[in-house]
Design a protein around this ligand. Structure first.
Ligand SMILES: Nc1ncnc2c1ncn2[C@@H]1O[C@H](COP(=O)(O)OP(=O)(O)OP(=O)(O)O)[C@@H](O)[C@H]1O
Ligand SMILES: [Mg+2]
Length: 272
């Protein structure tokens, strides 16, 4: 089982879009894939056509705050993706966590018994780097993927996010990799091309070769309740996520360049 956390404290940079469609691409390739929605906004849940009924269906809140296992909470969603849905009640976990001794380790614990059930687990994080939900994701993941929109101020945001990840790294006992993914890339825009070059210079091999291109189709599919592989399998967005999935497979198989496995010291090198 390989666990990816999609992170960035910046809102609206494309985390959920990547989570849903990367999970769709991995599932389409035949890998059993679980998406865990860790955002009280529940956008990934909606994007996969799911609407948990309050008080009836289990959500990720029941997993983190109660006795429900991930296997019990997981539902078969569109595109062959398994989903542990979120609902607004997840916001209450912050308050509850303040009374617990090690609230940031709960998800990692809950994932242990599912190791045989899933090949990939994709964690969609809220736009907060310092909250307990993102802390749970970072504790549980093998690789944190920093999703960076190729627009104005992207590089500054990415560097700030990397710093936060690095601080977390130094506090964590387990080493997780850090990779950077450029998204909403529009080749026609000079700023987008310049930012991609700057990301390459800054993050080197930690930057995925694949950049997810800007696409109207991707905006649309979020409202249609299924990943792009289901809605428009011949689209270029579908190609982008297939290429990203291939890179993720190589990463999970340990075929990536050793220096792209950004441990604390290597991540530090990126800040030079
Ligand atoms: N590659 C893309 N091309 C075009 N639109 C995109 C792309 N990626 C994301 N979007 C759009 O940008 C908006 C924000 O994307 P998304 O919800 O994935 O971001 P997010 O980082 O998860 O946001 P939040 O921080 O609120 O969770 C959405 O309207 C989405 O459809
Ligand atoms: Mg989101």
């Amino acid at each position: 089982m390989f666990v990816l956390a999609l992170v960035n404290q910046k809102g609206g940079c494309g985390k959920t879009t990547v989570a849903v469609n990367l999970a769709g691409a991995l599932a389409q390739l035949g890998h059993s894939t679980l998406l865990i929605d860790l955002d009280p906004q529940a956008h990934a849940t909606m994007a996969l056509g799911c609407a948990p009924r309050a008080g009836v269906d289990a959500t990720v809140f029941d997993v983190l705050a109660g006795e429900t296992s991930l296997d019990e909470a997981a539902v078969a969603a569109s595109g062959g993706v398994w989903l542990v849905p979120a609902a607004l009640e997840l916001a209450e976990f912050e308050e509850l966590a303040a009374r617990l001794l090690h609230p940031e380790g709960i998800l990692a614990e809950r994932l242990e018994p599912t190791r045989e059930s899933f090949d990939f687990v994709v964690l969609d994080c809220p736009p907060r780097a310092d909250g307990v939900l993102t802390a749970n994701a970072l504790r549980a993941c093998d690789c944190a993927v920093l999703v960076v929109e190729t627009g104005a101020f992207a590089l500054q945001g990415a560097i700030a996010a990397q710093r936060i990840l690095l601080e977390r790294h130094q506090r964590e006992e387990h080493a997780f990799g850090v990779r950077v993914l450029a998204t909403m890339f529009d080749r026609r825009l000079r700023i987008a091309r310049e930012i991609l070059i700057a990301l390459q210079a800054r993050f080197g091999p930690a930057l995925f070769h694949t950049a997810i291109r800007e696409s109207v189709r991707l905006r649309e599919v979020a409202a249609l309740g299924a990943p792009v592989q289901v809605i428009d399998p011949s689209s270029r967005s579908c190609q982008d996520f297939r290429a990203l999935a291939a890179e993720v497979l190589a990463l999970a198989a340990g075929e990536e360049q050793p220096e792209s496995r950004t441990t604390a010291s290597a991540a530090d090198a990126g800040t030079r």
